[in-house]
Design a protein around this ligand. Sequence first.
Ligand code: MG
Length: 397
Amino acid sequence: MDEVVAIVVAAGQGTRMGPGQAVKKQFRLVAGKPLLDWTLEAIARCAEIDGIVVVTGVADVARLKRALLGRPELKVRDVVPGGASRRESVASGLAAVGPDARWIVVHDGVRPLVSPALVSRVLAAARVHGAATAGLPVSDTVKRVEPGGRIVETVDRTTLWSVQTPQAFARALLEEAHRQGGELDATDDAGLVERLGRAVYVVRGSAKNVKVTTEEDLEIVASWLAEASAAPGEVVCGFGFDVHRIKAGRALVLGGVRIDCPFGLDGHSDADVLTHAIIDALFGAAALGDIGTHFPDTDPAYRGADSLELLRTARQRLVEAGCRILHVDAFVSAEAPRLKGHIPLMRTRLAEAMAIPVTRVSIKAGTGEGVGPVGRGEVIEARAVATVRRPPEEGEA
Ligand code: MG
């Protein structure tokens, strides 16, 4: 009779992630699983939550029911279609919470880093005051700005808070707020309760409780989730090797740096042998196959490809598998030209593409001492070792 039910809203179409984004952000794969799964797991870990109602787009209801209802640890009781606005979506969830729900927690499906402790604190405040939300005092200086970009004034921020979810309410109060709210387009449920003239209290949230709105947010959240989930995992190494034939008249690109030289390397892509060896080492550490499986040289899409882009994609595939790149050490063997002066820029570009500090990228170079295919100036070779933290196997740890 005194149940607590969470409504997790995951009905967004993800338009702010930009056009061409085929997968809605709540379903994007992050550190091995969909963003929404991370959110549901976090909410379900709060012992006071008895059940969860997931609100999603009509097109995704059947698929999510199949994926979520068979997993008791997620506490998902129902998956229901949302409405045209956030308010309608919450109302749709509210209609499905069941007769025994007395307290309602509303949470955004794209805030996966919510902690069970924060859910508890917001709920405790709601039990005292009827309505509560997580939020943080605004720490940046706030300006009012005209559409043209001119600053109108500096706003006094001392009483300003930015509001997050979870938000928690006595069920009857939230239902009344939605009834009275009518067609109002409130951006959160606390706003609807405020319009009733009822008090809502704010509980200090967390800066990590990010709402994933942009690709940049997704990157940040992915690295935090990978870190958290990989912590009990293990550190593994991968090895990569590549060789390309020297060809007159082609541009020489090594480690993403274009080097002024009368010859380059032959190959389907930009033939960046060093970056290829690193990509192969990364895939090796994650046991994800090799560069050829991911970027086949029979695919016209990779003709003349910028290998740094391939490296970025490779990193993304490791992140999706829950892996985190710790360190890369590589060696280029070239009789000519001299590479020493180019190494700092190579390290910078490679580090940027792997989203790791430059201090975690080591590049060395040497010649073939006049012998062998390297020494005769027929080829340039590269070798790389990547150190990666990977998550434990399912069932381990
Ligand atoms: Mg290659």
